[in-house]
Design a protein around this ligand. Structure first.
Ligand SMILES: [Zn+2]
Length: 293
């Protein structure tokens, strides 16, 4: 399979300029390295009717093109289950019956990093397991045998982060993001992952899981987010931040594209022009502060 990069939005609402900037970067990283560029809709959770169509239209409007058909996670349940069965067979999973509150209130294990699952259900004996199964539906957790894992990132260098017994399948039956993303990237032949740097902390979990499934780690590039004037990650409440809002203010999609390219130190115009000037090492490393034009 040829190598590929990707953009993988959740269809939870309209894109804002921060999402579009990340999409442009993912496209530039892929195209500048001769990769295919794939689009995956991460619709396992929080999908809003009509959002996918709006998002695809916005990508097209700023010139982000993709190869092949759009892949949707809701069509890939069987692949997630295959991965879980494989991990189960290797003794690498267990059932967890904890509520969110129980996890928050549980004393953490010695030396466990903050926020890590305390391991409450890791070693239930058969009687406890039987009783708990009668009271609550289980989530499936990974039985991790490391506490941290290191990944390489084009922009961040070596990054070491927490690996705990994270959830693979939630107790409502929905596949957890960390599993789906690993299975999907492998299934689509994706060997380059460019996304917002808010996802860097969970990347060691994904890379560790990939190693357990004999999947090579992709090249990672976690790019800076767009923030509002208070330094907080941009959101819809920050005013005119979508292509639709900006068009209503007389600012067309091509103008937004050029503004985003300028924020990356790249020349305006069709993305193909920016491609020639694109150099990951020269990218700004700080969040970009959005000021509505
Ligand atoms: Zn538990």
């Amino acid at each position: 399979m040829t190598s590929a990069g990707r953009f993988a939005p959740s269809p939870s609402g309209e894109f804002h300029v921060g999402n579009l900037r990340t999409a442009i970067l993912a496209w530039l990283f892929a195209r500048s390295t001769g990769r295919r560029f794939l689009l995956r809709v991460e619709d396992l959770d929080r999908a809003r009717a009509g959002a996918e169509e709006e998002q695809l239209r916005d990508l097209a409007a700023i010139g982000v093109t993709w190869d092949g058909d759009v892949v949707r996670q809701t069509a890939r349940h069987a692949f997630y289950e295959q991965a879980i069965v494989r991990l189960q067979a290797a003794g690498l999973t267990y059932e967890c019956f904890c509520t969110r509150r129980e996890i928050q209130e549980a004393p953490s294990a010695p030396h466990a990093p903050q926020g890590a699952y305390p391991g409450t259900c890791r070693n239930l004996d058969p009687a406890e397991l039987e009783f708990k199964r009668s009271t609550r539906r289980a989530a499936i957790r990974l039985r991790a045998d490391v506490g941290e894992y290191t990944v390489n990132d084009v922009l961040h260098g070596q990054f070491t982060g927490v690996v705990d017994d994270f959830v693979l399948r939630r107790n409502d039956g929905v596949t957890a993001y960390n599993l789906a993303v690993v299975v999907d990237d492998a299934g689509q032949g994706i060997d380059q992952v460019v996304r917002g740097d808010d996802l860097l902390p969970s990347t060691p979990r994904q890379a560790y899981l990939a190693s357990l499934l004999d999947i090579p780690s992709p090249e990672y590039a976690h790019v800076p987010l767009v923030v509002n004037s208070d330094g907080v990650r941009l959101a819809k409440r920050d005013g005119a931040v979508t292509l639709k809002d900006l068009a209503a203010k007389g600012f067309p999609a091509a103008g937004v594209r050029d503004l985003l390219l300028e924020s990356l130190g790249l020349p305006p115009g069709p993305l193909g022009h920016a491609l020639a000037a694109f150099n990951p090492a020269a990218l700004p490393r700080a969040p970009w502060v959005w000021h509505a034009p």
